[in-house]
Design a protein around this ligand. Structure first.
Ligand SMILES: NC(=O)c1ccc[n+]([C@@H]2O[C@H](COP(=O)([O-])OP(=O)(O)OC[C@H]3O[C@@H](n4cnc5c(N)ncnc54)[C@H](OP(=O)(O)O)[C@@H]3O)[C@@H](O)[C@H]2O)c1
Length: 282
């Protein structure tokens, strides 16, 4: 059991972790740290957290486990102060959607204290933001990617993994660079493509939205995600996103060529191949 769990950034992810930790009695005390007392107050009032603080040092004082759940650039900016404020020996993780820069910075800062840091990325979310949409079951059955490195402490890796499992998640381990390439392919590229799909219709004729049915709405649901959160993810993962976009352009060009060609059977075989791959996804 965690004694004092501090969550910095009580939005969709941070709020959902706090709610699940409270529902499952995983911490004796839960403290939310943020920049607006007014926005943190609902979580204290509904009993999800015991205390709120807009002061990092006061909020992290005595915490034995800290989860950083702010947007990725903010998270990088906050790391030096967070590592300074946490008591030596504390366990630190984050939920940032990109990992290479965060893990490198956190390991450098944590090593100097010393603290124990393990990067995490819960593959669960929603297109809405803020504590108001946080849910205790967000992580139930979700995959959480842990990104240990050669520097990681085995005991810390086990304890961070144990928290996610206690919150209902299953674990996958990837090194930070592989994580960033994988999520560029299966998360960041689909988000950007959803943005482009909506934009393409606007460029053709916004009136066409009138006849959009479930297929279009399902495919573009994530284009309604938080712009501040996604701006930072796209920017922080630029190289891997560029690689994923290049692969996507090749696929699009290939399919465009097949649609333009008169060979219907070849196009159908290609669609059948892709359908088979998609059907293997659970
Ligand atoms: N959304 C997803 O689908 C998803 C999935 C997996 C991982 N993630 C990652 O999770 C993290 C949080 O995303 P989210 O979707 O939970 O966003 P969110 O709902 O917008 O929550 C972000 C939280 O960070 C707080 N914050 C922002 N700047 C801060 C600062 N300077 N000091 C303290 N708190 C600050 C915000 O507080 P205010 O109320 O003051 O703005 C808000 O509570 C991001 O790193 C994102 O990459 C997101």
């Amino acid at each position: 059991m965690i004694d004092r769990l501090a969550i910095v950034g009580l939005g969709l992810l941070g709020g959902s972790i706090a709610k699940a930790a409270r529902a499952r009695s995983l911490a004796r005390e839960i403290i939310a740290v943020g920049r607006s007392a007014e926005r943190l107050e609902p979580a204290r009032r509904d009993g999800t957290v015991d205390r709120v603080s807009t002061d990092l040092s006061a909020g992290l004082d005595g915490a034995d486990f800290c989860v950083l759940a702010t947007p990725v650039t903010t998270l990088l900016d906050l790391l030096p102060a967070v590592c300074e404020a946490l008591p030596a020996g504390a366990l630190l993780t984050d939920v940032g959607s990109t990992k290479a820069r965060i893990v490198a910075a956190a390991e450098r800062l944590a090593g100097a204290r010393p603290l124990f840091f393990i990067g995490s990325h819960p593959m669960a979310g929603a297109e809405q933001a803020g504590y108001g949409v946080a849910r205790a079951d967000l992580l139930d059955g979700a995959t959480v990617v842990l990104t240990p490195t050669a520097q990681s402490d085995a005991g810390a890796l086990e304890r961070v993994g144990a928290l996610w499992q206690a919150l209902g998640a299953r674990l996958v381990h990837l090194d930070p660079a592989t994580h960033d390439r994988a999520v560029a392919a299966v998360s960041h590229l689909p988000h950007l493509v959803a943005d482009a799909l909506v934009d393409a219709v606007v460029r053709m004729d916004s009136g066409f939205f009138e006849v959009a049915a479930r297929g279009f709405k399902d495919t573009t649901r994530i284009a309604a995600a938080s712009p501040p959160v996604w701006r930072e993810i796209y920017h922080d993962n630029r190289p891997a996103l560029a690689e994923a976009l290049a692969a996507f352009r090749k696929s699009l060009d290939h399919l465009e060529d097949m649609v333009a060609a008169p060979d219907g059977a070849a196009l159908e075989r290609e669609l059948a191949r892709i359908k088979q791959v998609r059907e293997r996804l659970r």
